[in-house]
Design a protein. Structure first.
Length: 168
């Protein structure tokens, strides 16, 4: 086929191990970023619908850790641990997330915070060590829906916070 053009789109090498969730939040980027960086905010919105969070320790700095428990609506407790790998205020946070410091199945997430007019577009890109771990997270733990619910909780919390600050 002379003259035919074929478009090739390269997929990232991690595509089969990734989950990408995004949301536009009606609040300034600095406020959305702040809600991710201060434990007094995180404990108010973190987790899927019906979950609550208890923080054991929190140090937001590169190399710092957040050790916490997610309490499920059915009474199940989930030990969680995050190490902050890279922090670029108010644009980006890279983290390692697992059940504990030595979790061999820990996964990496990168959150980006981009202005979208007066709002903020947050993108959460998570890469699992293997395709099997990604599939298990999706099928057994409902990671995509849980991620959407978590960003929805963040949006509601930050939108309310922005309104209260504007009223002043």
């Amino acid at each position: 086929m002379a003259g035919a053009r074929q478009e090739l789109r390269a997929e990232p090498a991690t595509a089969d191990r990734e989950i990408v969730i995004s949301r536009v939040i009606d609040a300034p980027r600095e406020l959305v970023f702040e809600a991710f960086t201060e434990v007094r905010h995180l404990s108010r919105w973190w987790g899927p619908e019906g979950f609550t969070t208890t923080t054991r320790s929190f140090e937001f700095r590169e190399g710092g850790e957040w050790d916490f428990v997610l309490h499920g609506p059915d009474g199940t407790d989930y030990s969680e641990w995050i190490r902050w790998l890279r922090i670029v205020p108010p644009e980006r946070i890279a983290l390692l997330h697992g059940e504990s410091r030595d979790d061999p199945n820990a996964f990496e997430s990168v959150l980006t915070f981009a202005p979208d007019g007066a709002a903020t577009r947050i993108v959460m890109r998570t890469v699992f060590p293997t395709k099997e771990l990604r599939d298990e997270a999706v099928e057994k733990y409902h990671a995509i829906e849980g991620g959407r619910q978590t960003l929805s909780s963040l949006a509601a919390y930050v939108t309310d916070l922005a309104r209260k600050r504007a009223e002043g």
